[in-house]
Ligand binder design. Structure first.
Ligand code: GLN
Length: 463
């Protein structure tokens, strides 16, 4: 049988089939709305490599030379990137094709894609539901079969949560393992680029290609972690009754049973710092965002007002008109927690919580090879009015933010459906334990085979 990668590279190498594919993608994406811009090159890449001819969707906060880099924001609506992120350069060198940029919550701030100023993405499983966020466009594109591989960025769950809402794999790699050069910064100490795919082999290969030190990113890290512990103990996070919605709670039990049935001893653990995760995350994320987003001032590039009396007014107008409400809220919160004389009370305190979390997790990894936990307390929620309010969306980031605060790798794994919408769980490993996560996901593949939403693109049907 041909592998997913072989099927896709045969398709993109055939110009007739490629044209059919582009048409089918446009039709389906007219409903799903995963892409903000689509730039297919009919001539397939000259380069041959392990990702030869594989089309990739890229979250629109990652730079691809010659393509838009909007970050889902009005302030960057007309920006074309003059260069490619290191991760993109590495994929291209292996023959991958960057076919377009996908929708996101503005600058990565959100959990639904509804904070995008430029697009409206739906969940391919049910168009009345959100695809998740902030990398919702990438997850929806993979779930709808439009691309076999897509990139997101994960600052507080933005790869894993949409992957889980859309029923695909999503990896948040170890902090520093993939260069952040070319990723538009939101919260620099928390974030990392991560791949999403329906095919584990492809996910793994894309990570292998992107990872590694880069002279353009001084926060890069390299290290190792043995992968041969797949029969090891799995720690399972104990949660109070009612924390998870019923279908997610049931899926959690099923995932625990599945791991046990595969021969993994299960160890129940709790985290004392659980209630501190969200406050620490939003303190650090907003503080760093307020500093990172200061560069968008309408002077060198991006949206600028047609008239201003002086430079201060120009910046004020550009930021007032260019940023959406959620972005403004976070900049205000960030400047508040960093204001003179108060850094220790907020940012410093949040950093101490971070240390506490790392210590607690290190203690758990003394006798467990990975930790299993939910990705999000609910499945995908409804778009618009009937959805989840923004405060609850933030408190629901608790399970995903954990890996970002600790810098650890975590993989969202699809675990079936309930009510026609996907379910997903995540496994978190010690630093550089990605291979261990891939191996565990492979074991779980038989128990939880991937499902496909109706109306998804089937490349096998293209003549
Ligand atoms: N929901 C998180 C937030 O809004 C996710 C952010 C992310 O990972 N980019 O901050």
């Amino acid at each position: 049988m041909q592998s997913t990668a072989e099927l896709w590279s045969a398709l993109t190498a055939d110009s007739e089939k490629f044209a059919q594919y582009v048409q089918a993608l446009r039709d389906i994406d007219g409903r799903v709305g995963s892409f903000l811009s689509f730039s297919p090159q009919v001539v397939s890449s000259q380069k041959t490599g392990s990702l030869s001819g594989i089309p990739v969707g890229v979250k629109d906060n990652i730079a691809v030379e010659g393509q838009p880099l909007t970050c889902g924001s009005r302030i960057l609506e007309n920006l074309i990137s003059p260069y490619s992120a290191t991760a993109i350069q590495r994929l291209v060198a292996e023959g991958a094709l960057m076919v377009g940029k996908t929708n996101l919550d503005e600058f990565g701030m959100g959990s639904s894609c509804e904070n995008s100023a430029l697009g409206n993405t739906s969940n391919p499983w049910n168009l009345d539901y959100v695809a998740g966020g902030s990398s919702g466009g990438s997850a929806a594109a993979v779930a709808a079969g439009l691309v076999p591989l897509a990139l997101g960025s994960d600052t507080g769950g933005s790869v894993r949560q949409p992957a889980s809402f859309c029923g695909v794999y999503g990896l948040k790699p170890t902090y520093g393992s993939i260069s952040r050069s070319g990723l538009t910064a939101y919260a620099s100490s928390l974030e990392v680029i991560g791949p999403m795919a329906r095919d584990l082999q492809l996910l793994k290969e894309s990570f292998r290609v992107m990872a590694g030190l880069d002279s353009m990113d001084q926060s890069g890290t390299a290290g190792s972690c043995s992968s041969d512990q797949t029969n090891g103990t799995i720690a399972v996070l104990e949660l109070d009754e009612g924390v998870l919605d019923a279908p997610v709670a049931e899926a959690y039990r099923q995932a625990i049973d599945a791991l046990e049935a595969l021969g993994h001893p299960i160890k129940r653990v709790s985290l004392q710092s659980l209630n501190l995760i969200v406050p620490a995350y939003y303190t650090i994320a907003t503080a760093e965002a307020s500093a990172n987003l200061a560069r968008f001032n309408g002077i060198r590039y991006g949206m600028a007002p047609t008239f201003a009396e002086n430079p201060a007014e120009l910046m004020r107008k550009a930021r007032h008109e260019g940023f959406g409400d959620e972005v403004k809220l976070r900049i205000l919160l960030g400047t508040y927690v960093l204001r003179s004389g108060f850094q220790d009370q907020y940012y410093g305190q949040a950093q101490k919580v971070r240390t506490l979390i790392r210590q607690e997790l290190a203690a758990i990894y003394q006798d467990a090879s990975a930790i299993l936990m939910p990705v999000f307390p609910t499945q995908a929620f409804k778009k618009g009015e009937g959805g989840m309010d923004e405060y609850r969306q933030k408190t629901a980031d608790v399970f995903t933010c954990l890996a970002n605060l600790a810098g650890l790798p975590a993989l969202a794994i699809p675990t079936g459906l309930s009510g026609g919408l996907p379910l997903g769980m995540q496994l978190m490993a010690p630093a550089f334990g990605e291979e261990r996560l891939f191996a565990l996901a492979k074991e779980l593949e038989k128990t939880f085979p991937l499902e496909t939403p109706e109306g998804a693109l089937d490349i096998g049907s293209l003549q």
